[in-house]
Design a protein around this ligand. Structure first.
Ligand SMILES: [Cu+2]
Length: 196
């Protein structure tokens, strides 16, 4: 007897399996289809482009040049110091300058965005307490400790700004944190700078 109840059941079961497999395949394909744009979006935001353009887009002029600074003076610089930024180092052409208007010509020689913060700080420039993200917690320093900042700017570009620096000990540092991790400060982007 070909059409025994057992065979009929197994055929029905087979047909059911094929149908289920078909559904699984189409679900998987649909899944892939929706995953692709998601992962593409993830990559885009992962590079931090969106965050950075909004944080540096405070003025059109700054957005155009890619350079924006705080704490600057309009006085003519008496001294010019070249500063090289890289992953993860800060190297000024000189570590000591006379007090007065000091122009910092800062080259981002790295592959990612960096910034330059000028803070009054004695001793080891790496000894500033860290915040939860591993960046230097500048709020734990004196209120007036931060004297100037060249906001984050892109690789292969140079920004310049002049700061009126009083005699004292300073730290130059980059306080960027990429996407909530990889704090540049903790990676070594800090150095001493003395104004006499
Ligand atoms: Cu940096």
């Amino acid at each position: 007897m070909d059409m025994s109840p057992a065979r009929t059941r197994s055929r029905l079961a087979l047909a059911g399996l094929v149908a289920v497999a078909g559904l699984l395949v189409s679900a998987a394909l649909a899944g892939c289809g929706s995953d692709d744009p998601e992962s593409a979006d993830g990559d885009g935001s992962g590079r931090g482009g969106g965050d950075r353009s909004s944080s540096t887009g405070e003025s059109d002029a700054a957005a155009e040049s890619g350079c924006e600074a705080r704490g600057t003076t309009t006085e003519e610089p008496a001294t010019t110091v070249e500063v090289a930024l890289d992953e993860y180092s800060i190297q000024p052409s000189t570590a000591e300058v006379p007090a007065g208007p000091v122009e910092l010509v800062v080259a981002n020689d790295g592959l990612i965005f960096h910034e330059l913060v000028v803070v009054r700080h004695d001793g080891d420039p790496g000894s500033i307490p860290l915040n939860a993200a591993g960046a230097a917690d500048l709020e734990q320093l004196d209120e007036e400790a931060e004297v100037g900042r060249l906001l984050d700017f892109m690789a292969n570009s140079t920004c310049r700004a002049t700061f009126d620096l009083a005699p004292g000990h300073y730290a130059l540092l980059c306080n960027l944190v990429d996407d909530g991790f990889n704090p540049h400060y903790s990676q070594g982007m800090h150095t001493t700078f003395t104004v006499t």
